[in-house]
Design a protein around this ligand. Sequence first.
Ligand code: GTP
Length: 326
Amino acid sequence: MLSMSHKEYPVTVVTGFLGSGKTTLLNRMLQENHGKKIAVILNEIGDVNLDSELVVQSIGEELKIMNNGCVCCTVRGDLTKICLDLIKKKIDFDHVVIETTGMADPSPVAQTFFMDENLRKYFFLDAVVTVVDAKYIDQNLAEIKETQDQIGFADVILLNKIDTISDERVKEVEAKVKSINSIAKIFKTVNSNVQIGEVLGINAFDLQARTEIDPEITKEYHEHSHDDAIQSIYLEETRALDMERLNRFMQLVMSELGNQVLRYKGILNVKGESKRIVFQGVHTTMGSNEDRNWNENEERKTRIVFIGRHLPKDVLEEGLALCVAK
Ligand SMILES: Nc1nc2c(ncn2[C@@H]2O[C@H](COP(=O)(O)OP(=O)(O)OP(=O)(O)O)[C@@H](O)[C@H]2O)c(=O)[nH]1
């Protein structure tokens, strides 16, 4: 019997603090000539729908607005229904972009795409893109917890409005953002002027996609670490690991620190494996996969980055050391 196959649509989640440049980015996505038809899901709090008026002309019918509260509170029901409606109504689109409100923590939105079985049939998470207001980052980080989540959870970060600060300050702000999230790709932008190919269709959650962790970057910015609640923790180990021990270690990390961990990525040197093993996770949802062969002239080194709130680096380091193969 022939099986019915259908297309799976990538979903990009755009977050960022109020007034940071999310709508500006969205309009670029809708207006630039990149050949993708984008369905936009906007989430607004209250009745004032200025944003939707700005983007509505470009996409007409495809615009869906979730208006009853914050996306992370109503996410299961509304978001699922709106996405599945796009399929049911046979709307012609290639890519979904969800803009969350300024206050929203993006992770419940992202997790919906891992957990909801109906959604998973048709959609997959492409990336979380966070727009940061470079001028007001300190205030936002100090006053609003969600700003940290938005930076910590991102795959791509636009450090926007750099025209409003000095070059020196741009460097400081970039260092701060990297100390929170050393995995994300950072672009310094004015009016969210990033190449659309850098934000759409990047497959950030795909285990088959190329995974790299740059140890130099993580080290460099470690010096800048401070008391901010969310931080990147970088671990490395040159001795080969025992996969079973590592699995047990990760289970323990998840049961003890699951609430504090936002994202993690690793490239593993596993005993007896000619290939690199890559893994990544979002909160307690984790996946791993065989990657390419280790090159002959490449140091076989395990590199793991955890992003989370008040993570105990020494405990994680000790735990990883216990995973070394005998
Ligand atoms: N100077 C400067 N202004 C910018 C830049 N990017 C956006 N703006 C302006 O900042 C204001 C807010 O931009 P939006 O794109 O509406 O921001 P937003 O994140 O969608 O805002 P909310 O939907 O209210 O959260 C607008 O007036 C933009 O023109 C930038 O890089 N530099």
